[in-house]
Design a protein around this ligand. Structure first.
Ligand code: PLP
Length: 629
């Protein structure tokens, strides 16, 4: 627990069991339910589903929707706030049908709606969000088709609010709604001067991509009045960025947004709703701080700041409390899914060595290196040893390129070099002061665990924006992890790695893991991948989407669970088709080539059939490594 901090980032859903396995409590209000993750993996194997696999806990999704809505309702009652909470889930955070359907299902009880930010998302939510009492918020840039679809929603009795991001959209919306004779519900997005703090802080400020300036908001309201449509203006929206790390930015945004709402009210535009956007962060690194992968507040605190903040502004200004909308997707989905995979190998710079014994006629570089390795001890100046050894190694490499050293001699020098580095590392492990160059030693001597997955598919933000995600072994948590390592994936890209972790409360480039055992699989989980990571991945190296299993718990047996659904990941033929290949034609071509060899007598007919079948089986198989158990 001290190393991996599971209970700190686990949100009450994940913890370490007494047997050293990760346990899942999908509904923290019923802590008696404890699913052993190792048992989940065994069930996955039994179902014949290959790793890597995305494991979704729908109960967690339901629990998060219920949490957010209940906290808003309770805080509103406690604050004697007179508006209601009408949240929406922004589908861009995870558009998977099963995820959105689950949210809509549990959200019905709270009139919890959906938000769409593109035409395809609008088409999705139009079909899904059928509850007439919930809101559908439409953000993002829009064209004529977009407006028509939104108005179709109105025709179907839905509370679809078109949020104007740019002034020209307003003119388009008014024109089309008059043409169709359908009254729209209109929102305006304000370009806020307050900026969030964190990786997405450019969502606020004057250079923000979206939103209307103060002048444009006034012009919008006046234009609608001129057109006899002032009553259609219903909502003020702002969003100052995802993953807000500091609660102060939430407070500032509410007071600025509250002032805009109040002023509009006084100008004769009584809006019904204030939509505070997303921003509610996740504590990915378990530090509960303003570090970029964390946040210094809880969901409770966030909600209290929204409700009490808005109440304060409105009471001061003497305007009614608006209904509150929020668009949190990260906080709803992050915990509900994770990626489970297996370590398939270990890479170490110093893993192999050669016999470094003296050979006749060897180059004096080898002699010097051997002498240094055998003579230095506690009394030697260690920094000098490091400098000399590094210099010899570099010179040896140059000498090899100039054909002065043989490959065998170079291998001896390399072996001796790593021997020296290991001894230096042992020496400095207990030293009070470690010279700067030698601080890299732990990293260069650490292992790289080769992981059967693609960072680009399953953890895009760790590559793109250095987002930290918790990585933990699924078993053996009651054993001391003795191997410091980073993770590398199976893509042919040196960026395909994870070398940023939180150990305790520190950010490190290596994570302590357990020694691999030859006859026992070592499973690891990449957690909190439910928001964005699940859907943003790309097909680098043609590794497609992962197999997926959906886990539900049984009410009557707290340790039991079942796989409700298996969703097959992308097969090789699927990814090839996306890239415009024709897998059937490819299979035919390869068969013809095999047949040719059969005709020439190079392959026996039976063997030819087997090769053909094998190629076809691989074509329809999974894109990841087949690891067995
Ligand atoms: N609403 C809008 C307009 C957004 O741009 C975003 C994401 O940046 C969200 C909601 C989701 O916010 P979060 O990731 O904080 O849940």
């Amino acid at each position: 627990e001290r190393v991996y901090g599971v209970s700190r980032w686990g949100g009450g859903y994940f913890h370490i069991g007494e047997n050293g396995n990760i346990k899942v409590t999908p509904n923290p209000s019923d802590p008696s339910i404890q699913i052993d993750f190792k048992a989940v993996i065994e069930e996955i194997h039994q179902e014949g589903v290959q790793l890597p696999v995305v494991v979704r806990f729908h109960d967690i999704l339901r629990s998060q929707v219920a949490n957010l809505n209940t906290i808003f309702r309770n805080t509103i009652a406690e604050a004697e706030y007179s508006g209601e909470y009408q949240g929406v889930y922004p589908v861009k955070v995870n558009q998977m049908r099963e995820v959105v359907e689950e949210i809509v299902d549990v959200g019905e009880h709270y009139n919890y709606g959906l938000e769409a930010g593109s035409k395809a998302e609008l088409i999705t939510v139009l079909a899904l969000n059928t509850n007439e009492d919930s809101l559908t918020i439409l953000n993002g840039y829009k064209d004529e088709e977009f407006m028509r679809l939104a108005l179709l929603g109105r025709k179907l009795g839905r509370r679809m609010v078109v949020v104007v991001e740019k002034y020209s959209e307003l003119l388009l919306l008014v024109k089309i709604s008059k043409e169709l004779g359908i009254e729209p519900l209109i929102g305006v997005r304000a370009k806020m001067t307050v900026k969030g703090r964190g990786k997405w802080e450019s969502s606020g400020g004057e250079r923000a991509k979206f939103g209307l300036s103060f002048a444009e908001i006034i012009n919008t309201a006046r234009y609608l009045k001129e057109q006899g449509m002032a009553h259609c203006l219903k909502l003020l929206h702002f969003h100052i960025g995802s993953q807000l790390t500091d609660i102060r930015s939430v407070k500032e945004a509410i007071s600025e947004g509250g002032r805009i709402y109040a002023e509009m009210h006084k100008m004769g535009f009584p809006l019904d709703y204030v939509d505070v956007g997303g921003g509610l962060g996740i504590d990915y690194d378990g530090t509960a701080s303003t570090s970029e992968s964390s946040r210094n507040y809880s969901m409770q605190e966030y909600v209290a700041d929204v409700v009490y903040g808005m109440k304060e502004v409105c009471d001061l200004e003497g305007v009614p409390h608006p209904h509150l909308v929020s668009e949190s997707g990260r906080a709803i989905t992050a915990h509900h899914s994770c990626v489970i995979t297996q370590i398939v190998g270990e890479i170490r710079s110093n893993s192999a060595g050669v016999d470094t014994g003296e050979a006749e006629g060897e180059h004096y570089f080898v002699k010097n290196m051997r002498e240094m390795a055998s003579t230095f001890d506690q009394q030697t100046n260690m920094q000098e040893v490091y400098n000399d050894a590094s210099q010899y190694k570099e010179q040896a490499l140059d000498a090899f390129k100039l054909r002065v050293l043989s490959l065998e001699e170079l291998a001896k020098i390399e072996t001796l070099y790593w021997e020296i580095m290991e001894r230096l590392q042992a020496y400095y492990a207990h030293a009070d002061y470690v010279p700067e160059e030698l601080q890299e030693l732990d990293y260069s001597l650490s292992s790289q665990y080769l992981c059967n997955f693609s960072v680009f598919q399953s953890a895009a933000d760790t590559w793109a924006i250095d987002q930290l995600l918790p990585v933990v072994p699924i078993t053996r948590m009651n054993e001391r992890p003795e191997v410091n390592c980073s993770l590398v994936d199976i893509t042919c890209d040196s960026d395909g790695k994870i070398d940023q972790f939180t150990v305790g409360r520190e950010i490190t480039d290596v994570l302590p893991m357990h020694k691999l055992k030859p006859d026992e699989p070592y499973y690891i989980g990449l957690f909190l991948t439910g928001a964005y990571q699940d859907v943003m991945g790309d097909m680098h190296n043609l590794f497609g989407r992962l197999n997926e299993v959906h886990i539900f718990s049984y009410d009557d047996d707290p340790e039991d669970f079942y796989i409700e659904e298996v969703v097959k990941g992308t097969s090789v033929e699927d990814v090839l088709s996306i890239m415009q290949y024709n897998p059937k034609a490819m299979a035919y071509d390869v068969k013809r080539l095999i047949d040719k060899q059969v005709s020439a007598g190079n392959i026996k007919p039976r063997e030819g059939v087997r090769w053909t079948d094998f190629y076809e089986a691989c074509l329809s198989g999974y894109t990841y490594l087949k690891t067995g158990k």
